[in-house]
Ligand binder design. Structure first.
Ligand SMILES: NC(=O)c1ccc[n+]([C@@H]2O[C@H](COP(=O)([O-])OP(=O)(O)OC[C@H]3O[C@@H](n4cnc5c(N)ncnc54)[C@H](OP(=O)(O)O)[C@@H]3O)[C@@H](O)[C@H]2O)c1
Length: 342
């Protein structure tokens, strides 16, 4: 192949969700290997909602993506050529080189996937940032005890579907929240959740209460908004919240957000009254301390059938922009990935 397709950020989103037309595909030559570097060929991309903040320039974790530059994001690929001492042709690697067929890397932020990953795509689903986030939420930030009730937001999302399964194998009652009856059915039938409540139902809050007869001990919050509002009244004494994401308000940081959610005072009152603890998740903080342990545990859980990663695959780099938009419009069922090449 002599062509390198690159998905460029052509314009910033004009609406709350980043739409596919913010991106443009450019064709160019495959970059030439330079001394000390390696050339990687992309096989898989991960469609992570958090990239939105970098597209929209509201991230306080990472640099915004510049206009006319390639869209960055987690990727998996094979080393095609190498002049780097730590990598050789054929190595399976993951990194952040983004939405393009080929990239040159100096090895920084590149990880060799040499711990026995069952299949390359799992590097982004079962072992990716979302799954790692689920693991940290339930082992470090808000660990549940067997018998407790754990509520998990985005039950069919990349983080949510793994969190529910981890809570289940820890002996908890697991109640998911998802945006349709069909997603709720999948959570129960395919992922083993005890119950799952549809947040688009009019009776959502009442249904959630009925699904949690002993209240809620741990909430893995990926959305804020309506789900959080419904969970707060159900939180037990000494309950814990792992604050992982804000899908209900992806436009956080903007003026609209500041006007909309001003219920923080009553929330703080409830935190004190019910001795609730809330811990925020930034997965990157935990790489050094917990990534190796996570790989070992997740590998064993998958091999023994205790965790079943659910992947939602879209084919073709050219479809990455719409595959990304889908995540904000609730069309994914499991971790949304784009397959770029075999
Ligand atoms: N802090 C960290 O380090 C870290 C790490 C990984 C992930 N995260 C965060 O976790 C969140 C994603 O969770 P995930 O991976 O489980 O999901 P995901 O795979 O990113 O899927 C997104 C889901 O969000 C839901 N959604 C979309 N718009 C919504 C809205 N307006 N209100 C409520 N829900 C909406 C939809 O599910 P429904 O149809 O079920 O509503 C959609 O399928 C993101 O905010 C991401 O940034 C954070």
């Amino acid at each position: 192949v002599s062509n390198n397709r690159r998905v460029i950020l052509a314009e910033r989103p004009r609406y709350i969700v980043p739409t596919a037309n913010c991106f443009r595909i450019e064709n160019g030559p495959v970059p030439e290997l330079t001394a000390g570097n390696l050339l990687v060929r992309t096989t898989w991309l991960s469609m992570d909602a958090s990239l939105y903040a970098r597209v929209q320039r509201v991230s306080n974790q990472a640099e915004p993506i510049k206009l006319k530059e390639v869209m960055v994001g987690p990727a998996v690929g094979f080393v095609e050529q190498s002049q780097h001492p730590d990598f050789k042709a054929g190595d399976l690697v993951s990194g952040f080189w983004g939405w393009q067929d080929y990239a040159i890397s100096n090895g920084t932020r590149l990880r060799k996937l040499d711990f026995g990953v069952q299949k390359p795509s799992y590097a982004l689903s079962a072992y990716g940032a979302s799954a790692f986030g689920a693991y940290i939420a339930l082992t470090t930030l808000a660990p549940p005890v067997a018998g407790e009730t754990v509520v998990v937001g985005t039950a069919l999302g990349g983080l949510g579907h793994i969190a529910g399964q981890i809570a289940k194998l820890k002996g908890c009652r697991v109640v998911g929240i998802a945006g349709s009856a069909e997603k709720c059915q999948l959570a129960v039938e395919k992922l083993g959740f005890d119950a799952c409540v549809n947040h688009s139902d009019e009776d959502f809050a009442k249904n959630l209460m009925q699904a949690c007869p002993k209240g809620v001990d741990v909430f893995v919050d990926t959305t804020g908004g309506k789900a959080l509002d419904a969970v707060i009244p159900l939180l037990n004494l000494n309950s814990r919240i792992a604050a992982c994401g804000l899908m209900a308000t992806p436009h956080f940081g903007e003026a609209a957000f500041k006007g909309k959610y001003q219920s923080t005072m009553s929330f703080m009152y409830e935190l004190i009254n019910r001795r609730i603890s809330v811990r925020g998740l930034v997965v990157f903080d935990h790489l050094r301390s917990s990534l190796a342990q996570f790989h070992t545990e997740m590998k064993a859980w998958i091999d023994s059938g205790k965790v079943k990663p659910m992947e939602d695959i879209v084919n073709g780099l050219q479809n990455a922009p719409s595959a990304f938009q889908d995540v904000f419009e609730s069309r994914n069922r499991g971790k949304r990935l784009v397959k770029v090449a075999d």
